[in-house]
Structures are given as C-alpha cells and as structure tokens.
Design a protein around this ligand. Structure first.
Ligand SMILES: Nc1ncnc2c1ncn2[C@@H]1O[C@H](COP(=O)(O)OP(=O)(O)OP(=O)(O)O)[C@@H](O)[C@H]1O
Length: 265
C-alpha cells in the first residue's frame, strides 16, 4: 500500500480507516508545481484568473501553479470514474498523482493497489534503444523482473505489426510507428486499476480501428477505472460516476449523468 501524508508543516495529521474496498483515498490533497520563468513581471502578484489552467501565483524565481487544490475523494474497488473538466482543470494532474508520477505537496493520499498510468504520449526510454529494448525497459519498470517477458513481447510484436523494425532504434521510427509500439506496450496485459488519459495517439487509420477495439477490451478488463476525456460518448460507454474538475478542485461528484449535466450547464 502506498501512503503519502504531508501537512503544510510536513507532519502526518490524518487517520484513515482500513476499509479493504477502498482503492484510492485522498484527503485535502494539494499539488503545487513550481515553474521557473523570468517573465514574472507580467504575472500579477495576486491570483491570476484565466479561462484555462489551475490557479497561477507569482513566486520567487518564477510562478507556482496550484494544479490540485484541496482534493477530497474516495474511490472503491470496481468503480468506473469519469474525470470531466475544461483544459487545465486538473484531470491529468489527478491521474498522475494517483499513479505515483507526482507526489502531493500536502494532504493525505493512500493507494491500496498499484495504479497503471496510460498517460504518456512518448517513450520514457533513450531513443537509441531498439523497440525490443524499449519493451524490455517498460516491462522491467512495470514488473520488476523479466519473468513472462517473452510472451509479452510476442503479443506486442503481433499487435504492433512492426515486424523486424522491432530490432531497430526507436529514434528511426516514424511518428505512427512509434505510436503503434507505445500503444501496444501499454495495452498488453491487464491491470487492476487503470488511469487513462484519452488524448492518446494510435497510429494510422488502419491501426486506429484495431486499436479502438483493443482499447475497449483493455478498459473493460480493468477492475477499477479512472478515465479523463472530453468525449461524453466515450465516458458514457465506460463510466458510471463523474468527477467535475475546475481550477484544480473537484466541484461536483455524482453519477455520470448528473456530472455531465452540471458540467454543461
Ligand atoms: N509538469 C507541469 N509543469 C507545469 N505546469 C503543469 C505541469 N503539469 C500540470 N501543470 C499545470 O497544472 C494545471 C492542470 O493541468 P492538467 O494537465 O492537469 O489539466 P487537464 O484538466 O488534464 O487539461 P486538458 O483537458 O487540457 O488535458 C494547468 O494549469 C497546467 O499548466
């Protein structure tokens, strides 16, 4: 179980019950991201309001973006949750935080099972690596060992259709080829808890259709799902509960239908 508990003063302050049904629990979670810039004179010293994005403040050496602000939320096993909100509202930051990519600046966050992030749109490995080596690095990061890797690689090879290109450096792939590989890597295997950001490339039109089918199967196989999307149709296919984000806060939490009505009001 992963637990992060930080108060403003850096001390543990919260007590969480041990309900085995709870997969994710967040209490008063804040995420502040410092951004270094020399353009601070153009930022107002008080909170700058804008149409998109989290709350932006001037800070020493640049700016501070409050991407998540006082998030309180409990997700139980088997829930299928839509993250709704305008650009910059905090959906991806929330997904990154629950999958362990970002640490909370303050508040309590507890995850009782690993959350698989399907968020990245590019390889996190060196571009000189071959497709096979990139797959190996990805597998090692996920599983901590290479047990089962051969089956995984053969599935990736089959689905991506890359053939012998899998042995060549990823940096020589076209954008679509790289998308095919990345998509195949991320959708091989199943995960108990899935954090998925819709803005996900999937190669050319021919591949796109196969990818849609595989994505649906992949999403359906997850026990618990968090899905960020601007498509009401997509959310309607997979989710029952909706969280509406605005300026880093959850401003509505309810059924998907009521959350979408709230958002579109
Ligand atoms: N790594 C980062 N560096 C700087 N700012 C960041 C970073 N990650 C997120 N932010 C800021 O946090 C705020 C929330 O962004 P986030 O990506 O979570 O929004 P979103 O709801 O997913 O938006 P979209 O619908 O456009 O994908 C934005 O103001 C963004 O600029």
């Amino acid at each position: 179980m992963r637990v992060h508990s930080l108060s403003q003063a850096g001390r543990d302050e919260y007590v969480v019950g041990d309900d085995p049904d709870i997969v994710l629990q967040l209490q008063d979670v804040w995420l502040r991201i410092p951004v270094r810039t020399t353009e601070t004179r153009t930022l107002k010293s008080a909170l700058v309001r804008s149409v998109t994005g989290g709350a932006l403040r001037r800070s020493s050496g640049g700016a501070m973006i409050e991407a998540l602000r006082g998030i309180n939320c409990t997700i139980r096993h088997g829930e299928r949750v839509a993250l709704i909100g305008h650009n910059g509202a905090g959906k991806s930051s929330f997904l990154r935080l629950v999958s362990g990519i970002y640490y909370p600046s303050s508040g309590l966050f507890r995850a009782s099972s690993p959350v698989f992030p399907m968020i990245q749109k590019s390889f996190i490995t060196a571009p000189d690596l071959s497709g096979t080596q990139a797959a190996k690095a990805h597998y090692l990061l996920q599983h901590g060992s290479l047990r089962g890797f051969d089956t995984f690689l053969s599935d990736v090879l089959d689905f991506s259709g890359l053939g012998d290109f899998i042995h060549l450096p990823v940096k020589g792939y076209s954008e679509g080829m790289a998308s095919r590989l990345l998509f195949s890597l991320l959708t091989s295997g199943s995960h108990d808890c899935l954090a998925l950001d819709e803005g996900f490339g999937a190669g050319d039109a021919r591949f796109f259709e196969r990818a849609q089918h595989r994505l649906r199967e992949f999403i359906s196989s997850a026990g618990t799902l968090l899905l960020a999307s601007h498509s009401d149709d997509l959310l309607g296919q997979f989710c029952k509960r909706g969280l509406v984000f605005n300026e880093g806060k959850i401003v509505y939490d309810g059924t998907l239908e009521s959350a979408l009505s709230y958002y579109h009001e």
